[in-house]
Design a protein around this ligand. Sequence first.
Ligand SMILES: Cc1cc2nc3c(=O)[nH]c(=O)nc-3n(C[C@H](O)[C@H](O)[C@H](O)COP(=O)(O)OP(=O)(O)OC[C@H]3O[C@@H](n4cnc5c(N)ncnc54)[C@H](O)[C@@H]3O)c2cc1C
Length: 431
Amino acid sequence: MTLAPRAAVGVATADAVVVGAGPAGSAAAWFLAEAGHDVVLCEKETFPRDKVCGDGLTPRAVKALRMLGLEDEAEGSVPGWDRQGGLRMYGGGVVLDLPWPDLDDWPAHSVTATRSLFDHTLARNAQKAGVQLWEDTEVLGPVWLTESERRVAGVRYRRADGAEGVVRAPVVLAADGGSSRFAVQLGLHRDEARPMGVAVRAYYRSPRAAMGMMEGFLELSRDRPGGGSELLPGYGWIFPLDDGLVNVGWGLLNTSEHFRSTNYRRTLDEWVGGFPPEWEITRETMVGRPRSAGLPMGHNRKPPVHRGAILVGDAAGMVNPFNGEGISYAIEAAAFAAEAVDAALRARSDSPLHTYERAVAQAWGGYYTLGRLFVRIIGHPEVMRFCTVHGMPRPALMTFVFRLMAHLTNRDSRDVTDRVVNALSRVVPAA
Ligand SMILES: Cc1cc2nc3c(=O)[nH]c(=O)nc-3n(C[C@H](O)[C@H](O)[C@H](O)COP(=O)(O)OP(=O)(O)OC[C@H]3O[C@@H](n4cnc5c(N)ncnc54)[C@H](O)[C@@H]3O)c2cc1C
């Protein structure tokens, strides 16, 4: 259902306006509405709508869903949501089942849901909290406070029927995804030196939808025409969904020499072509078309507070460089952003907005610095191959790597993995 803007097309006002109703935007709007603010959330599409993703929600994202009051979805106990007990890793000729760790600070399961359902659920959740969700409403650019264009004072938008208008608000949250036109209009461009990924995914009808595990592939291979197989660049996944489908995809980082020269869809076909027949993941069982998109990583657009606007989620390049996970960080950042905006609105001052950047840096700044280093190292295929071949046969080592990559540690703990990951994240500076 598309809601028309409450005010007649022209000028509307709100405490905050949010650009984009992906996980970052819908969550930020929800947190602000819960704090008692009048929020307009502009989304250029109409829900439900497709979005290119692996559809995977690790225990970290499950916890983020709980923050939004979506308890049943977080448990995977409603139709359309599937629940898994761990990750099965493939690499170096070894298959390793790693249950999600049993930790005090994090749930011990993951869930999956198509982004079509997931984003729709979060947008409706925001609406139920009192947010004005304006679908079919594309934000065209900022409204400036003064002619000098130093500070934003709202947004200009166009609806699908062509009508244009303005929402005036003391704060704008830009949650319009990786290419964030709004951030570019504020003069904030992506830092090309920071990691970026590209990934492609497709849906298949397969019995593996019932496997109860997520699957990760540290190596991809294809059959050679003359027999045998050869390695392909990149990393892959198979994530089960509730409705008999699996989400299969693979991706590559910009530190790889193949980043620009690879045909992503053909490689997906070649990789899938080598799967065991009983998985029934073939061209014939594919549902819809493969689609690809970018993953902006490691805080690749800075600063996140600029000229009265706050960047949240992919707009600020918040995907975890270790594992390509972006949804949890988008929601966690939305919570930090809403707290800063709430304080700024109450104080009628911009200075509390800057607590956002500090909160994000404190939460995962050091960890992301490590992640950027990790991405540089695994960009060398020989290093990656060495680590896979020598790491995979050592379950204790892989358990450590698994928890490091999934960013799952107890904060106050005597466990060695917790202490090493926490200490590294603390001593390495956020940048
Ligand atoms: C192939 C692939 C697989 C991935 N797999 C996973 C995974 O399994 N798990 C995980 O956690 N992360 C995954 N990610 C990353 C994840 O998809 C992103 O990190 C996440 O979508 C970020 O959410 P967001 O709200 O910041 O941005 P988005 O989800 O991109 O949402 C932005 C929203 O803004 C809207 N918008 C854009 N411009 C405007 C405008 N001008 N006006 C109004 N609306 C606008 C868009 O329509 C969209 O709804 C994957 C990414 C890719 C590409």
